[in-house]
Design a protein around this ligand. Sequence first.
Ligand code: XIL
Length: 352
Amino acid sequence: MRRRDFVQGGLAVAANAALQVPAVQSAAPPRRIPYGSAVRGDALVDDFEYRTALIDRCQLIVPEGVLKWETLRPSEDRFDFYYGDKLLSFADQNGMKMRGHTLIWYAAMPEWTKSIRGGKASEKALTKHIHTVVGNYKGRIPSWDVINEAIADDPRGSDYLRPNLWLENMGKGYIETAFRRAAETDPQVQLVINEYDIECVGEYFKNRRNALLRVVRDLRDRGAPIHAVGFQAHLKGQHEIDKEGVSSFVAELKAMDVDVLVTELDVIDNLLPSDEKQRDEVIAGRATDLLQAISDANQPTAILTWGITDRYTWVPTWFTREDGSPNRPLPLDRDYKAKPLMDAIERFTTPA
Ligand code: XIL
């Protein structure tokens, strides 16, 4: 079975279970694209409606924080899988799959990692982390964000990668090494490079897409196991989607046999109108434009939002509104009522 079939097949089974579609032998495989959400463990425990909304609507979840180094690695010798395992049991018990986020990211690194220095020690630390974490979830997590946000904020010339511990100590080869370590630990898993600000119109976004293409092409040329690009899709509501740019980007990836998925969709609405109805329409429109532009070139393997309800979202941490009204970046409002963004997503996930 090919890796992609394994991932999609597995997710399709989960989707069937969640939707209680009767299994019909010899029927064509369902074309549903799995929908999922980032999840916060504390809310899952405290808020029954949150739990219910996830169970009712998702075929996939991804931990919003607890698989990052900050939580997983309290010290050099310890791996704390407690919170990750809890979320995985929640997924298992409810017929959902869980993605892994994320093995390598410049942020959410514990203090002690500052003492990792030199090429050899860094490679050893990176290898130990990936072998242990991917190994712990082997066969249970079908898709991992191996590298998160590798591209420099404003990539120029040879400075196209974002500085981090690994780049400083190992050079750009850290990316290839991370993918190889993940693949050798669980050969069935979908390995993803995940990136933000690659969706909209403008030089800044175009440069970032091009830099990411350069990284993927380089990995492919070297025969490294990379399977998909994740569009984080933290869309800035005031910017239009670069439909042509996105479609041709996805087509170039497809030509290299690299899939795409949407990993962290939300629409940042701090600069959008106060009127809620109007705002919700713009938000749904931006998501539709992105999902259409991607689908025109290749079907995404999954669509996930970064949370499911406006009650729990990272957006106000960075993008509060000047009129003081709460942000509305996600598919359900604070009272779990579906908004136009939910309908927009469902048009892509559910076959006609
Ligand atoms: C964010 C979480 O949502 C916050 O709760 C946390 O404090 C910081 O990280 N891109 C990513 C995610 O890949 O991991 C980030 O998540 C949001 C931006």
